[in-house]
Design a protein around this ligand. Structure first.
Ligand code: SRM
Ligand code: SF4
Length: 567
């Protein structure tokens, strides 16, 4: 019996759209052929599964409305890049498309993807087709399916690392939607425009796909650079004698919440089982099947796996997964997550070559008069054939660089205005922001565009109190959905309304503890003065080696304060 049989509420509108879409086709091909600037509401929903969102330039909203014009419709195209690994050629295609069809910038995402913004409807097909020619897909980058599978992108030596990375790709391939619609619409083009949709039922997802987005991450206990506990399904590597012994399976992570409501909340994943490497695909399929059959399809705000787990309990969930598998699961192994790396700077790959990690402020790759980052990355890829690996902290690793080229790479980056790593403050190096305005339709406040100035101000103050090099994870989002993972940061600013933020405090450096609300409705200009006393007290009273988030969890966060702000 599936949960659908026992649900009493009406299915959400998106469920109907998926079910009637004929394998995610709907009217997409016809609407593309019609031209114009926008899609119908139904087609917009299906477009997400193909890796694109219809957006508008919100900076132009008022002006265009006053002039009696329609909104400045434009599209975001998101590449799905398992483990964030691109060849030089694949990266160069993104760079070229950003120029030809986008807004001239590339946006590295918090899930190792690349977003092109500002693509107009008439250029969508060419954009997606060109990515596919370079063997990059956008299928399932958005929508109610398994999203980009993330894993540590650093090509460090070690068989466990190599094996885990190869599994990232296999898991991603396994859970790509099976529909042929994607190729018909975007790659083969005309063949299907106006044609009858072929009935197709996806062997993994069925005809209604999943109740909601589903996120998978791989991580290492000593390097949780992917923030594994924030995913619906996490796979934490267990090594024995340097070899990959298997994974602890974690389930039910997710961060989305709504201001002023306690019924939606961030949640870290719980350990479910230990699985050997050759059973990962099967166990992942079973976890996905349980969420597919039992996840909430009436209320999209309660449709993520985390709510199913809280409603039914981990014991029930384990029993359902075991029923799917037809066998018992092994208990999870005791394991502690001890570290997170950003992989910036030079590192040996173990094959005689090197990789160099570059800080990309808030993931935005662009050329400005001061910093020509886009040109620098393009040249590095073109001249040195460097692979471009993307991190979940929105940074870039240039890979496969011969030792002899290291000085030339450094020169190239310096010529384009890149600040040497040692000049970055610890706080800036670990900061992240989501795109928010002007592209995100859900943004309540600015994020990417204002965090750099907040960091300028904070950095100056931190230098005065001896914390210039202190690594502190600081994240900002334009709304409570959590796209830059604010709730696992040590300090976070979450957009409340235009120019006002909630302040969260006390997540752990390792990503194993959630931050809690500390102050609310703080105006943008007051953010630094508001949080500075926290840093001053930290500088004075911390124990040796104590991290900022741990200190504040220990000394300042009375639960009563948190509860008050949440109410
Ligand atoms: Fe996100 C929706 C951007 C990672 C939670 N996210 C959106 C949309 C598509 C807005 C929308 O629905 O109209 C944003 C597009 C903005 C724009 O202008 O392009 C958007 N999310 C992003 C990215 C680009 C942020 C970034 O700074 O890089 C990330 C793309 C990742 C990728 O390549 O796939 C991104 N989003 C995340 C993460 C972090 C993660 O997965 O590691 C989260 C929190 C984890 C989670 O999913 O719980 C996240 N995004 C959301 C949510 C809340 C989901 C929920 O369960 O409530 C929404 C809203 C929704 O789905 O209804 C959302
Ligand atoms: Fe948009 Fe909110 Fe996500 Fe930021 S956190 S990109 S404002 S949905």
């Amino acid at each position: 019996m599936s949960s659908i049989d026992i649900e009493t509420g009406a299915l959400s509108e998106v469920e109907r759209i998926k079910q009637e879409s004929g394998g995610l086709r709907g009217t997409l091909a016809d609407e593309l052929a019609e031209g114009g600037t926008t899609f119908s509401d139904t087609a917009k929903q299906l477009l997400k599964f193909h890796g694109s969102y219809e957006q508008e330039d919100r900076d132009l909203r008022r002006e265009r409305k006053q002039a009696g014009l329609e909104p400045a419709w434009q599209f975001m195209v998101r590449s799905k890049i398992p483990g964030g690994a691109l060849t030089a050629a694949q990266y160069l295609v993104h760079d070229e498309l950003a120029e030809r069809f986008g807004n001239g910038t590339l946006r590295i995402t918090t899930r190792q993807g690349i977003q092109l913004h500002g693509v107009i409807k008439g250029d969508l097909r060419a954009t997606i087709a060109t990515l596919n020619e370079a063997l990059v897909t956008t299928l399932g980058a958005c929508g109610d399916v398994v999203r980009n599978v993330v894993g540590c992108p650093a090509p460090l030596p070690g068989t466990a690392r190599a094996e885990a990375l190869s599994l990232v790709k296999r898991v991603s391939d396994r859970f790509l939607p099976a529909t042929r619609a994607y190729h018909e619409i975007w790659v083969d083009g005309e063949k299907v425009a106006g044609g009858e949709p072929e009935p197709e039922v996806d062997p993994v997802y069925g005809d209604r796909y999943l109740p909601r987005k589903f996120k998978i991450a791989f991580a290492f206990p000593d390097d949780n650079c992917t923030d594994v506990h924030t995913n619906d399904l996490g796979l934490l590597v267990i090594e024995r004698d340097g070899a990959l012994a298997g994974f602890n399976v974690l389930v039910g992570g997710g961060l989305g919440r709504t201001h002023g409501k306690t019924t939606t909340y961030p949640r870290l994943a719980d350990p479910l089982a230990f699985v050997p490497p050759d059973e990962v695909l099967e166990v992942a399929a079973a976890v996905i099947a349980v969420q597919r059959d039992w996840g909430n399809r009436t209320d999209r705000r309660h449709a993520r796996l985390k709510y199913l787990l809280d409603e039914r309990g981990i014991g029930w969930f384990r029993a359902e997964v075991e029923r799917e598998l037809g066998r018992a699961l092994l208990p999870p192994l005791p394991v502690t997550v001890t570290g997170v790396h950003d992989h910036l700077g030079w590192h040996r790959q173990g094959d005689g070559r090197w990789f160099y990690g570059i800080f990309v402020e808030n993931g935005r790759v662009s050329d400005t008069p001061k910093l020509r980052l886009r040109s620098a990355l393009r040249e590095a890829a073109a001249r040195f054939g460097a692979g471009v690996h993307l991190t979940t902290q929105q940074n870039v690793l240039l890979t496969d660089i011969p030792g002899d080229d290291r000085a030339s790479v450094e020169r190239l980056l310096a010529e384009h205005g890149l600040v040497p790593l040692h000049q970055l403050s610890g706080a800036r190096r670990w900061s992240m922001a989501c795109p928010a305005l002007p592209t995100c339709g859900l943004a309540l406040a600015e994020s990417e565009r204002v965090l750099p100035a907040v960091m300028d101000r904070l950095e100056t103050e931190l230098a005065k109190i001896g914390l210039a090099d202190e690594p502190v994870s600081i994240r900002m989002t334009g709304c409570p959905n959590g796209c830059a993972r604010p709730y696992t940061a040590e300090l976070a600013f979450v957009g409340r309304s235009l120019g006002k933020y909630a302040v969260y405090l006390g997540g752990s450096w390792e990503g194993t503890r959630l931050a809690t609300p500390w102050a609310d409705l703080v105006p943008l200009d007051d953010l630094v003065p508001t949080v500075l006393p926290l840093f001053e007290r930290f500088a004075r009273e911390r124990t040796p080696g104590e991290a900022f988030g741990d200190f504040h969890r220990r000394v300042t966060q009375a639960p009563a304060v948190a509860a008050e702000v949440a109410a």
